[in-house]
Write a protein that binds this ligand. Structure first.
Ligand SMILES: [Zn+2]
Ligand SMILES: [Zn+2]
Ligand SMILES: [Zn+2]
Length: 89
């Protein structure tokens, strides 16, 4: 991993890939999303901060799961919410 790395990012050895290419919460409420992110703690895929509902951020806050990975094809980076750090892999 490149860049500044916190304890949460250091703890990640295998990157969880998205199981489904959709936001698990947006599909329930028939909403739309912009980009997808996958929680590295539990593997749920949710929408990004550019999306109306920002489900990935809500999930991180409510569950305490700190790190997401981009679920977009060709993007290889992780983001830690509590430390606001991005790391490429
Ligand atoms: Zn962190
Ligand atoms: Zn969503
Ligand atoms: Zn999670």
């Amino acid at each position: 991993m490149s860049g500044q790395v916190c304890q949460h990012l250091k703890a990640i050895s295998t990157i969880r890939a998205p199981q489904r290419r959709e936001c698990a919460e947006c599909v329930k409420i028939n909403s739309r999303w912009v980009h997808l992110r996958t929680c590295q703690e539990c593997g749920v895929t949710l929408c990004c901060d550019d999306s109306p509902h920002r489900h990935a951020r809500k999930h991180a806050r409510d569950s305490g799961h700190p790190v997401i990975a981009s679920a977009e094809t060709g993007e290889r980076w992780l983001y830690c919410f509590p430390d606001e750090l991005v790391a490429e892999y």
